[in-house]
Design a protein around this ligand. Structure first.
Ligand code: DP6
Length: 341
């Protein structure tokens, strides 16, 4: 009789980058050209169940639909997942056949880091299904090797830097992420204004590849460590007045690099600009808020807990905003007892 399959289900959060990963030494391995810093989220999470059968055969990848049913994943979704499962099988040196299913509770591929949470959840569920228990640093390295580099940061809660280092030393792109401040240090909120739920037209992966073609990229890299230090200090001191202009400058710069890459990439939409304007107006009225965007048109509006109500009220009244996700800084990934299949 063959051994029973190993099975595990993990839940992992998305994260929003305050200092962005953009440009890679090795895109497929998720080896970045710069250090980034993010805030782990609470509500934007992915769930993943992995079953490892002790026999050879074809791996299978499913998506869980709204009613809990399993749909075979289409090739664009399944491809990177199958490659990552193969990588984990080799890492564990095991002959197994995987069945994996994921459920993402927020719009995918729209600049909301669904792949970061998805690959962090897949990595944790797969290693546990393989009966391995790597420490968080190793898990972070394994997750990053999915090619979704930001998944390295989704392996920790709170405020997270990646790759770890003391900030002044030379960048080691292969180093894991590391938490720099716990989530209870500062209860920042992220009101996500959804202006477009469709998947982005150009992947981050392609964006990383094109980054170096921007004439401004080298300047960005040279100046980034200073901004990262300043962001870390503002977080340490819970100084929103210092944090806001740094976060917005970083977000605009990421998009400036994308827009000046060859060929150029435009992630913003008219609605994104409307939200950014509204944030500026809110600030003039004394509400503490600042915007940041990843590789997509949706806008993350960060604010202290006391200002969340005013921010949500204003953003939800905008014509361009089709919905809000009210999120906050949160914990890292965990195993859950209820499997998806
Ligand atoms: C703009 O290669 O990690 O979000 O394909 O979404 O996983 P995914 O992206 P990844 O690049 C992230 C790019 C970014 C900035 C950031 O999160 O640091």
């Amino acid at each position: 009789m063959s051994a029973p399959p190993g099975k595990a289900t993990a839940r992992a959060p998305a994260n929003i980058a305050l200092i962005k990963y953009w440009g890679a030494e090795e895109v497929d391995e998720g080896l970045p050209l710069n250090r980034s810093l993010s805030m782990t989220l609470t509500r934007c999470v992915s769930l993943c169940t992995v079953e490892a059968h002790p026999e050879e055969g074809e791996d299978e990848v499913f998506r869980v639909d709204d009613r809990g049913g399993l749909d075979p994943a289409d090739p664009p979704f399944a491809g990177p997942v199958l490659r990552h499962l193969e990588r984990l099988r080799r890492w564990a040196d095991r002959r197994v056949r995987f069945r994996a299913a994921t459920r993402t509770g927020f719009p995918m591929g729209a600049g909301l880091a669904s792949s970061a949470s998805g690959f962090a959840a897949l990595t944790l569920a797969a290693v546990r299904a393989l009966d391995r228990d790597p420490d968080p640093e190793e898990l972070s390295i394994l997750a990053r090797r999915s090619g979704s580099g930001s998944a390295a940061r989704s392996c920790f809660g709170g405020y997270v830097e990646w790759p770890a280092g003391d900030g002044d030393d030379e960048l080691d792109p292969g180093a894991p992420a590391r938490p720099v401040l716990p989530r209870d240090h500062w209860d920042l909120r992220d009101v996500i204004a959804l202006v477009d739920r469709s998947p982005k037209k150009v992947s981050s992966r392609e964006g990383h590849r094109r980054a170096e073609t921007s004439p401004h990229f080298a300047t960005r890299l040279a100046r980034l460590p200073e901004r990262l230090h300043a962001v870390r200090r503002a977080l340490e001191e819970r100084d929103f007045g210092a944090l806001a202009p740094l976060v917005e400058a970083e977000s605009v710069e990421l998009h400036m690099i994308a827009m000046t890459s060859r060929p150029p990439i435009f992630y913003w939409s008219g609605g994104s600009v409307e939200v950014m304007e509204a944030v500026r107006t809110l600030r003039e009225e004394g509400v503490r808020a600042c915007f940041t965007m990843d590789a997509g048109p949706n806008v993350h509006v960060l604010c202290p807990a006391e200002d969340e109500g005013a921010v949500a009220e204003r953003l939800s009244a905008l014509d361009a905003v089709g919905g809000l996700i009210r999120d906050r800084v949160g914990p890292g990934p965990s195993l859950v007892p209820d499997h998806l299949f």
